[in-house]
Design a binder for this molecule. Structure first.
Ligand code: MBD
Ligand code: FE
Length: 282
């Protein structure tokens, strides 16, 4: 491998980029009443207070926590930390009132305005993109089983080393990202490269916490998707790979059994996976 000459993505680089990316997306934000702020923030603080009592947390530990929190902010790692350790529970609550394909977390590496692509397409990739070719096909339907023509699959994923374009040096802008539009039968066929598992950057504060706690920093290999169409609720989800490493120990706890692809090995060494999405009206 020629990694010696290639700068590795640093936590500082990807963390700061994730903060910038978060600010660039018009996320729906809540207009929160004082009662709601008081209720939820009190509950969060009570949880912290109780953890301190239950574990006899000391002054040195309190100051270490304060120093670490400052570093998370300075390193721009709040999107990374929150999406890895908290978002899955927000998604769990949202899922209580959702029909159709199961959702999963958005994560910190979504970028808006990816290239629009036809229903049968290659994802943008480097001429020498490494990895195993993956053809990902399927259909988008509504809850009554009708195909949804012109649905948009906004797809993004890591490369064969687990790095995302926009969050690592030397990967072209828009690499392995695209908005694929389904055909008149709601179908799509996306040719891409199988992603590798993702490792939380070990050189930043989130990585430092993970190693201080002796946890592992890995997410199983995954595809990210936003699937939507006019008149339908947009689904935020991820798809995983049967037999993949870390499927049962995702550091972000974002896997679901319904979201695991079963890729079939083809005679030419490429892999083929199929998944159908179901959108509820809304
Ligand atoms: C990822 O690639 C990811 O999907 C999540 C949720 C958190 C960190 C990195
Ligand atoms: Fe991811």
């Amino acid at each position: 491998m020629s990694t010696a000459t290639q700068p590795s993505p640093t936590a500082a680089g990807s963390g700061a980029n994730a903060t910038e990316a978060f600010r660039s997306v018009r996320h729906e934000t809540a207009d929160v009443s004082p009662e709601r702020v008081s209720t939820v923030v009190s509950a969060v603080l009570q949880g912290v207070h109780q953890a301190i009592r239950d574990n006899d947390v000391t002054y040195p530990e309190f100051q270490a926590a304060k120093a670490w929190l400052i570093e998370v902010g300075e390193g721009g790692e709040w999107p990374l930390f929150l999406d890895v350790f908290v978002e899955h529970v927000v998604e769990e609550v949202a899922a209580r009132t959702q029909q159709g394909t199961k959702g999963s977390i958005l994560g910190p590496y979504y970028l808006p305005n990816a290239k629009r692509l036809p229903s049968s397409t290659d994802l943008p990739m480097r001429a020498d993109e490494k990895g195993t070719q993956l053809t990902f096909t399927g259909q988008v339907r509504d809850v009554d089983g009708n195909p949804v023509a012109g649905a948009e699959l906004d797809i993004w994923h890591a490369d064969d080393k687990g790095y995302y374009s926009g969050f690592a040096p030397d990967i072209p802008e828009g690499n392995l990202r695209g908005v694929v539009v389904t055909d008149d039968q709601g179908r799509f066929e996306i040719r891409t490269m199988q992603p590798a598992p993702y490792q939380i950057p070990t050189d930043g504060p989130t990585g430092a916490l993970i190693s201080a706690a002796d946890w592992h920093p890995w997410r199983p290999a995954h595809l990210h998707l936003l699937v939507g169409a006019p008149g339908h609720r947009t689904i935020t989800t991820q798809l995983y790979f049967e037999g993949g490493e870390y499927l049962d120990s995702d550091v972000a706890e974002a896997t679901k059994p319904e979201l695991v692809l079963s890729p079939q090995e083809q005679s030419d060494g490429t892999r083929k996976a199929t998944y159908d999405f179901v959108l509820e009206r809304g």
